[in-house]
Design a protein around this ligand. Sequence first.
Ligand code: NAD
Length: 497
Amino acid sequence: MVEIKKRVANLKMFIDGEWKDSESLETRPVINPANGEVISYAPEGTVADARAAIFAARRAFEEGVWSGISAQERASYLFKIADKIEEYADELTQLETMDNGKPLREAGFDVGDAAACFRYYGGLITKPDGYTYHVADPMQAMVVREPVGVCGLIVPWNYPLLMSVWKIAPALAAGNTIVFKPSEVTPVTPKKLFEIFEEVGLPKGVANMVMGAGSVVGNEIASHPEIDMVSFTGGTKTGKHIMKTAADTMKKVSLELGGKSPNIIFADADFETAVDYALFGIYAGAGQVCSAGSRILVEESIYDQFVARFVERAKQIKVGPGNDPSTEMGPLISKEHLEKVLHYIELGKQEGASVACGGNRILSNGLDSGYFVEPTVFVDVKQEMRIVQEEIFGPVVVIQKFKDEEEAVKLANGTIYGLAGGVFTNDGAKGLRVIKKLKSGITWVNSYHPTYNEAPWGGYKQSGIGRSLGTFGLEEFQEIKQININLQVEPIGWFSN
Ligand code: NAD
């Protein structure tokens, strides 16, 4: 358990344009997962802090300091934010690696994507939208899009900066004001992002950040009547809780949740390409990626050959601290998460699966104070095993065998999740045929993981509701209003007197 203590924090929250400690003065240590050291102390926000942020966001929204300015003016702020993210790219990259543990190379990509996301939404919001309808004279009907109002944004720890930006950029572009909660584990780069908001001069109360526990600050955001929408990224269990909580005030909800995504390799695929992407699919981010290809399904005629090559390459992955430029895979986020992943590895063995490689915490080469786990492969798995069905969120993959297209699709769709999926084949028609049968929101053919600001991101089934990114991601943060105008202003005469 993390120790919460009274003291002035190194990090601060941003409420109504001011940097604040928690009103309780309680703090939580922020830990570097590569060595277990305390990087800083974050304010442990309270319900009162969350309410202060909610009221500031409400006031700013109603005063129209943000929704009332032109889309072009809002866009100019977003472009300035993008420029600043690029200006501070090195600092943001270092901070992200220190806080989350991911290798510098991965953190650098996230920072670049974050700037591009602000630029994309700055551009998008100035484009024409809305509709007009040809209804009977003398009426004119049209539809306009409006901001939802005050949006509560709650994000996880696996992409501390990028997940924040995927919500904040479209929410602000649309004219909303926001109450944002980073993960209590990774508040460092979100704090730097809010410094940028201050630097570019966002009006007071438009963007507010409250740090602290999900059960306290997150719960207040999900339940408070002055929050019009809650946009959440995190685990499916938490997402269900938020949806139930938000139902009381009938908030709009958008949920980006967990996954157990299939990566299907047919015998006719380019073998080395398939192995290479399959490794990237599961071990990028040390498997702590919602869309991770954590179930590899391989056609039986190449199964043994595939497992042998995959294991050979998995063993060569250089695991180490993210700030070492030679590191290819970093640590898990925390001691608690390390224990969860190791527990799943034990569970897999108890269930009767075989470990083809890995399976242990790494305690050698000076990594014993961090939370490192070997790239792990399970074979001899059955579809009903928990290691096949549940999201482990670590560098642990199961490799299953299938005999034909039909069985591949059945296994692929056989979990509660439906976030992502990949297919490797040199038969274009087969690739598309299988993709169309996958119950997944994000799919790739002969590739895995690339993500685009332009294209919608989100899941089927229990992987979520709604979409991030692209035009769909903007629409999540907009209400739709029908406007009907009478062009002949005279009584209708429906009643005789
Ligand atoms: P989590 O659900 O534990 O926490 C996510 C956020 O919710 C945190 O900020 C947390 O403080 C907050 N929270 C926790 N309990 C809450 C409550 N009762 N009310 C309101 N807020 C609450 O998830 P995590 O461990 O931080 O992140 C890992 C999960 O996120 C994985 O399941 C992963 O698949 C998912 N994820 C999904 C996507 C996607 O796009 N679908 C992207 C990234 C991560």
